[in-house]
Ligand binder design. Structure first.
Ligand code: NAP
Length: 327
């Protein structure tokens, strides 16, 4: 995000009337800095890339506690990108709540607070005429939430089916080409694709949290990850992945949710798909989702090879939605 903001500084100013400066950066192990005049992002990036602390002997002291840091920072927008906490959404929920209470827009790529505090944070934002936005939380930078919020008025989502976890899709792709399960995990980690703890990807928990986020926000049905029936890819041997391919089928970790009367049922589980399925050709880190609504029979969004850069774009797009003066 820091790189993207810097690259697009001119364009944001000329096309969107947006001038910006970063007044604070808070991390867990790399220090915390505040400078109301604007932090030197190039220097901060060099320090991070070199594994150094952001702090220097001349840095002003910044609170080490997240909410205290946010209160001290006095920005207009908070970007909250701590690792996902599947069980409670913390500390992200506290960070986002504090930002909104301090009159900052709250933007996150973290799906935890979406499933654990969507209603509370959205209502708090609305009461204070602010935005709580999370475009990157489910499909990296692809416009999944804004698609529904901004371009499909009065459409009612009936069901969706997709591939929402890059790590497992990449692992299944690598296993098709000869990797063992362990080699595939190691490669996903080396590429920076796997979550901080890849166990959540492999067990299907990451996908279940994404399904719960989509059901909560797009179907208007508050849903928790434990309500998603879940099976991961750990029980599929690499030999089986290759043998399925020989039979013209591919194993995919499928995410699905469906409205049934006043209820929603949802699952995450590995399934074999054949070439007639739009998910058959979704390979590597790519993800895809097909929506079925009362007005559009089928609408598919495919995101090719997302990564941290596309996630950063989703955060930037949310920034523009929250604060752009013209566009
Ligand atoms: N990477 C992606 O492409 C992607 C895509 C979609 C969504 N997301 C979501 O975006 C979030 C960040 O992902 P990431 O890949 O950037 O994770 P990451 O590489 O693990 O970075 C997490 C950052 O949060 C900081 N941090 C951890 N605990 C903190 C705390 N209690 N208070 C303040 N800072 C804290 C860490 O600081 P230290 O380094 O000092 O520990 C680090 O800078 C996650 O919720 C993830 O699910 C990421």
């Amino acid at each position: 995000l820091a790189r993207l903001l810097t690259e697009k500084r001119e364009e944001l100013a000329s096309s969107h009337g947006l001038q910006w400066r970063v007044t604070g950066i808070h991390t867990r192990r790399h220090g915390s800095i505040i400078d109301p005049e604007g932090i030197d992002l190039a220097l901060a990036l060099r320090r991070m890339d070199g594994g150094q602390s952001l702090e220097s002997p001349s840095s002003a002291a910044a609170p080490a506690d997240g909410p205290a840091f946010i209160r001290a920072c006095k920005g207009d927008v908070l970007f909250e990108n701590t690792p996902v906490n599947y069980e409670s959404g913390q500390p992200a929920v506290d960070h986002l709540r504090t930002a909104l209470q301090c009159d900052m827009h709250a933007i996150t790529a973290n799906k935890g607070p979406v499933v654990h505090a969507y209603v509370e944070l959205s209502q708090l934002a609305a009461r204070r005429n602010l935005r709580f936005l999370f475009e990157s939380a489910v499909m990296d930078g692809a416009p999944i939430f804004s698609l529904w919020r901004e371009t499909l008025p009065a459409a009612v989502l009936q069901s969706f089916r997709g591939i929402l976890n890059s790590t497992t899709n990449l692992m299944l792709t690598l296993m098709e080409s000869g990797d063992s399960f362990e080699q595939a995990i190691a490669r996903a980690q080396a590429l920076g694709i796997a979550e901080t703890d890849p166990g959540g990807d492999i067990s299907g928990m990451d996908s279940a949290v994404k399904v719960a986020a989509l059901v909560t926000v797009l179907m208007g049905f508050p849903f928790k990850p434990h309500q998603v029936e879940r099976m991961g890819i750990e029980s599929i041997p690499a030999e089986e992945v290759r043998s399925a391919l020989g039979r013209g089928r591919r194993w995919k970790l499928i995410c699905q949710a469906q409205r049934a009367g006043s209820e929603v049922t949802a699952f995450v589980r590995p399934e074999q798909v054949d070439v007639s399925d739009p998910l058959y050709s979704v390979m590597g880190t790519s993800s895809a989702v097909t929506f079925h609504s009362d007005v559009l029979e089928s609408l598919t969004l495919v995101e090719g090879n997302p990564g941290p850069d596309t996630t950063a774009y989703g955060l930037l797009a949310d920034l523009l939605r929250a604060v752009a003066l013209r566009g």
